[in-house]
Write a protein that binds this ligand. Structure first.
Ligand code: FAD
Length: 486
């Protein structure tokens, strides 16, 4: 079994680890995943001088670990939006997802991208009895929105279910084949720079100054597509979101023409990729549990309940959930834009978010700008959701602080020396690896992830290697213990 995503088998043939050509650009995009590369794509003919920086390789973030379903059938989001706001907002969100799919398809077609695109029937299903009315409502709403929604006679998998909804005009693809080709197309027009971490942004007269790991970059406009922002102000995104971790595996299986995801507890997701079945799920918020090893075992148990096949790939990743089921895409300060909070539906939401931002920069009309506006208003329901979100993150923060006092967990331990908390991991050879046990992002305590051998921040999702190197943000700094050189 390989502990990596099935997509990572695709060879990355680029290398943009090079000095800056200049230090001033019209537009600087920070983060080269689905959202960042689509922002670059929509801007490519704008005649503006555009740079895109990434702290690692392009397309190596969450997008490289997605399950890659391109669908507007997203849990029971339409009635959730109807309850949160109203039917009109729900319908506008529906249109935004259809628009995103058509944009993706037109890029694939126009650029002739071979990315294993497959048209499939998507299913949302559930085995939870109390959800009957919810499934009915979702079906009714989708029918009203003019979709080809169906009630199923036979669900294609031999796992228990009570209700399902299906839609035919949805897709799956190979996200990295797609993005690598996009990079090929863009590399003549966009200044790409890899292994450049953005640490902070400040405004000086009419330019933004971005402090990066390789020096200052200046730009008139900035687009933040780092998945999770590395700052709190402006936007206050960490207060409006929480992180959910999810797991995926791939086994050899004959291809079938469908994808499916269950709702609401113990999520199970299925899609095929050539001769593999990708099974995903068991998403949990870190406020519920941050014991990745335990949760991964539960995920594997759920898999073994319906299959005994050999697991070829196993991986996990996390996504950002907002307090009202919709992403944040747009201006958070004049000329500073953000796209984040895709609620686990980032294949469509990243594309439409990028389009919203680029249309705003180019002064083009976009029907969805107000919908995804990061500064959108709070009604009572959203305020309650915001408060609950804040409480969950607060609970996680406190629990991780208290957990430091617990005794050693296997080979990893948290200790206090001279008033400073350290994490110590003892490797297979008995060598100790010591790091600071405090996330540089917002000061949360870190827990050891025995599966990935990383120190993880359960509050906001940063990850660090056993010697403290930064694996994943929002932190932009490492937790390596500074060596005493005297
Ligand atoms: C288990 C799982 C399954 C999923 N399956 C689906 C699915 O089937 N369909 C679907 O629609 N969505 C799915 N999603 C959601 C989707 O994968 C994500 O929402 C999407 O990939 C996020 O794209 P992104 O561009 O925002 O982030 P990323 O791909 O993470 O890109 C962000 C980039 O920013 C860079 N970066 C970060 N910080 C900095 C910094 N300070 N300086 C410079 N660069 C930085 C990173 O290195 C990274 O390359 C799934 C999510 C999970 C967790």
């Amino acid at each position: 079994m390989k502990n990596k995503s099935i997509w990572d088998e695709e060879k990355y043939l680029h290398n943009f680890d090079k000095p800056f050509d200049t230090d001033t650009f019209d537009i600087l995009i920070i983060g080269g995943g689905m959202a960042g590369l689509h922002s670059a794509y929509f801007l490519k003919d704008s005649k503006k001088k555009i740079a895109l920086i990434d702290k690692g390789k392009l397309a190596s973030g969450v997008t490289s670990k997605t399950t890659g379903k391109i669908t507007y059938l997203q849990d029971l989001v339409y009635q959730n939006l109807e309850k949160m706001y109203d039917k009109n907002i729900s319908y506008t969100y529906y249109r935004s997802q259809k628009k995103a799919i058509s944009l993706l398809l037109s890029i694939i077609q126009k650029q002739k991208i071979d990315c294993d695109l497959q048209k499939v029937i998507s299913y949302t299903f559930s085995n939870e009895k109390p959800l009957e009315k919810e499934f009915e409502r979702e079906r009714d709403l989708l029918k009203e929105f003019d979709s080809k929604i169906d009630t199923l006679k036979k669900f294609p998998l031999s796992i228990p279910y009570l209700y399902s909804i299906s839609a035919g005009d949805t897709y799956v693809f190979h996200p990295l084949k797609y993005l690598y080709k996009l990079i090929d197309i863009l590399k003549e027009k966009i200044f790409f720079y890899e292994n450049v971490t953005a640490h902070s942004i400040r405004k000086k007269e009419d330019l933004f100054w971005v402090e990066t790991s390789k020096g200052i970059l200046k730009a008139k406009k900035i687009i933040i597509t780092t998945h999770y922002p590395f700052f709190i102000i402006p936007g206050f995104i960490p207060l409006k979101t929480h992180i959910e971790n999810g797991y995926a595996l791939a086994i050899k299986e004959k291809n079938q023409n469908f994808s499916a995801i269950s709702y609401k507890k113990n999520i199970k997701s299925f899609r095929f990729q050539k001769d593999f079945l990708i099974y995903g799920g068991h998403s949990h918020s870190f406020s519920k549990s941050y014991d990745i090893e335990k949760e991964k075992d539960a995920f594997l148990d759920s898999f073994h309940s319906f299959s005994e096949k050999k697991i070829e790939y196993l991986w996990d990743t996390h996504d950002i959930m907002t307090d009202d089921f919709m992403p944040f895409a747009g201006e958070i300060q004049p000329n500073l834009y953000i796209a984040t909070g895709f609620n686990k539906w980032g294949m469509t939401n990243s594309v439409i978010s990028a389009k919203i931002i680029v249309d705003s920069i180019l002064n083009a009309k976009n029907d969805f700008q107000y919908l995804f506006d990061p500064k959108r208003h709070y009604n009572l329901r959203r305020s309650l959701s915001f408060t609950s979100n804040l409480c969950k993150t607060g609970k996680t923060y406190i629990c991780t602080k208290l957990d430091r006092y617990k005794k050693s967990v296997g080979c990893a331990n948290v200790v206090k020396e001279n008033g400073v908390w350290y994490g110590i991991y003892k490797d297979e050879k008995g060598i100790e690896h010591k790091v600071y046990n405090k996330c540089p992002h917002m000061g949360c305590s870190l827990t050891f992830n025995h599966f990935d051998k990383t120190w993880d921040c359960p509050c906001h999702g940063s990850r660090f290697g056993i010697d403290g190197d930064l694996v994943e943000g929002p932190s932009t700094y490492s937790i390596a213990v500074k060596k005493n050189t005297n």
